[in-house]
Design a protein around this ligand. Structure first.
Ligand code: MG
Length: 373
């Protein structure tokens, strides 16, 4: 592999596609059921190179408050006028003009991530190397959506036998203790976690405390995204570590949560926190607190999934991530490379940048709209 000198990259043009991919099976969490994955796909172009990123916002403000329609306006009116035709020497530089704008972490993440892909390709390096990661594969767990208990137990046993290194169960009030007890009874030695996607409050202390009996890896995001205080109260009453997901949107959020003992594990989703630059800061702050992080997922297609895998090679990603096989979700992905786990490990795609190429024929059939900048 030839090591090239970093040169400023001029962004010649950009394209935003709205893509709609059917899911093989619906995915239910405490906030609702997803039957298809609709997402924006950003391409940044420089010279002959292209960098790609997926947005993790939903069509409606479901997971967090960002939406696809707001992303289109934000990129068109606020970000792209400061990006197109300009040169950026590194990811820090392309983040600079976006910083004054409030919120929109998911939209900012797309620009940051597409730039990192482009930058890595211009240097002929894999993204993982440029981010500071090591190794050619990352450990992977599985996330099971809300379903009846017997079906969930059957799936948990099957995926555990396939080698997945952690079984995560989506829970919500009324669908929690009995489910977790059944899966724990079936898999006494497995690493099991639960994810409530903000469905509880401190009024549910009886149920949340009872989860301590099941030797869980962590309880993910039991309370509201902005409820740092109540998470700290809850952590004070539990043996099981809490793991924040929706609450952490920046390194500042991570610092506050850690210094208040509101979380003892962090789920880093690069698409939620403004991109790789911020994800790495959160990774480093958590490492300084000796708090492990892991790489969550938003049912990404191949571009987003590849970004996640590269990020998960950093050393403090000490727990298995959600970057499981693409074929669990999609009949046909939007990339040519197959992103499939083997024995609970996902190989890091090889080659420069994120290491996957667009399946342009398929992409054309699942694209709803294209915006050129
Ligand atoms: Mg989560």
């Amino acid at each position: 592999m030839t090591l090239k000198t970093a040169m400023p990259l001029t962004i010649d043009s950009a394209e935003l596609r709205i893509v709609r991919l059917p899911l093989i099976t619906p995915f239910t969490t405490s906030t609702g059921t997803m039957r298809e994955k609709v997402f924006p796909l950003l391409t940044l172009r420089s010279g002959g190179l292209e960098g790609y990123a997926e947005g993790v916002m939903d069509p409606l403000p479901d997971f967090l408050d960002e939406t696809i329609i707001a992303t289109i306006g934000f990129l068109r009116d606020a970000v792209m006028p400061d990006v197109i035709g300009r040169s950026f020497e590194n990811p820090e530089a392309i983040n600079r003009p976006m910083r004054p704008w409030r919120g929109h972490w998911m939209s900012k993440a797309m620009v940051d991530m597409a730039y990192w892909d482009l930058w890595a390709k211009s240097l002929n390096l894999p993204l993982s190397t440029l981010l500071g990661g090591t190794g050619d594969a990352v450990p992977v767990g599985i996330s099971l959506g809300i379903d009846d208990i017997a079906t969930t137990v059957e799936k948990a046993i099957r995926h555990h036998a396939e080698g997945y290194k952690r079984i995560k169960l989506k829970i919500m009030p009324g669908h929690d203790l009995e489910l977790v007890a059944a899966v724990r009874a079936a898999l006494p030695d497995a690493k099991i976690s639960v994810d409530a996607n903000t469905a509880y409050t401190l009024a549910d202390m009886r149920v949340l405390s009872a989860l301590d009996a099941f030797d869980l890896e962590y309880i993910e995001q039991p309370l509201a995204p902005d409820d740092l205080h109540d998470h700290a109260v809850l952590q004070g009453r539990l043996r099981t570590p809490l793991c924040m997901d929706e609450s952490i949107r920046s390194a500042a959020d991570a610092r506050k949560a850690l210094s208040n003992d509101a979380t003892r594990v962090i789920n880093i989703k690069v698409g939620r926190v403004g991109g790789h630059l911020e994800a790495r800061r959160i990774h480093d702050i958590a490492a300084a607190w000796d708090v492990p992080v892991w790489c969550g997922g938003m049912l990404e297609a191949g571009i987003g999934r590849a970004h996640n895998i590269h990020l998960a090679t950093l050393p403090n990603f000490r727990k298995p991530g959600d970057t499981s096989s693409s074929s669990r979700y999609f009949h046909r992905d939007i990339v040519l490379e197959r992103l499939e786990t083997e024995g609970g490990m996902m190989r890091v795609p090889e080659g420069p940048g994120i290491g996957v190429r667009l399946d342009r024929d398929h992409l054309a059939t699942v694209t709803e709209e294209i915006f050129d900048f």
